[in-house]
Design a protein around this ligand. Structure first.
Ligand SMILES: *Cc1c(COP(=O)(O)O)cnc(C)c1O
Length: 231
């Protein structure tokens, strides 16, 4: 097996144990393999061992890779990087998911630009529960209005929330931050939305995220190795 195959196998076992420890079903958490900066061959290695969901941060890099890898049954491409309004069209035309929506203007453009022959774009709202004003993500107080507005756009399907908390020193403080995201998610569902995706947790805080109810963890280096250039 390739190194990537070994890494994925190890991560699946890790996730299985984390779910067990959290008293959750073993398949409660999906793994998003963050392939930014890695080429199509790395994606093919991951495909060969059954990985299907891939995350990209940069629009042009992602679009080129999607074309190079081509059609594969069940493959899903997730845009997880900050999105500017002049870059929405290629995202609407080529990606399956966008996890980093933090304002209505971007959502409206994606809705208008999503081609009619494709399924609705699956989207998450990025929420900023712990950062300063300069960090990406909608604030908790602005979240309900944004969620309601995005849920009303028929070419988008609002699936849930994504968060990238600041690193924390220990498990309990990481879990407390993730629990805030989880509470916002539960509140939106209690108010009538139908969300099923909580994208939170990366290599270092995966267990805390799973304990707090994450349904999707995003791992790059832990799957593909060290990145050759910084991001
Ligand atoms: C790069 C990235 C990841 C993965 O980070 P690694 O350190 O490579 O595991 C996860 N989420 C987002 C939003 C990212 O940009």
């Amino acid at each position: 097996m390739t190194t990537i195959g070994d890494n994925l196998q190890r991560l699946r076992e890790h996730l299985w144990r984390a779910c067990e420890q959290a008293g959750r079903p073993h398949d409660a958490v999906r793994l998003l393999a963050v392939s930014k900066t890695f080429g199509p061959d790395a994606v093919r290695d991951a495909l060969a061992v059954g990985q299907r969901a891939f995350g990209e941060n940069y629009v042009q890099e992602g679009v080129d890779k999607i074309a190079a890898v081509g059609a594969v049954p069940g493959i899903e491409w997730h845009c997880i990087g900050p999105l500017q309004s002049n870059k929405t069209r290629p995202v609407a035309e080529h990606f399956d998911w966008v996890q980093s929506i933090d304002r209505l203007r971007i959502a409206q453009r994606l809705h208008e630009q999503r081609p009619a022959h494709l399924a609705p774009l699956q989207v998450c709202l990025q929420v900023n529960v712990d950062g300063g004003a300069n960090k990406s993500g909608v604030t908790p107080s602005e979240l309900p209005a944004l969620a309601a507005a995005v849920a009303a756009l028929p070419r988008l399907r609002l699936r849930g929330l994504m968060a990238i908390p600041e690193p924390t020193p220990d498990f309990e403080s990481a879990r407390a931050v993730f629990a805030q995201v989880r509470a916002l998610f539960d509140q939106l569902n209690a108010n009538g939305l139908d969300l099923d995706t909580l994208s939170m947790g990366m290599s270092d805080d995966l267990d805390a995220a799973v304990a707090a109810g994450s349904t999707m963890v995003r791992v790059g280096r832990g799957v593909f190795g060290a990145r050759r250039y910084p991001v």
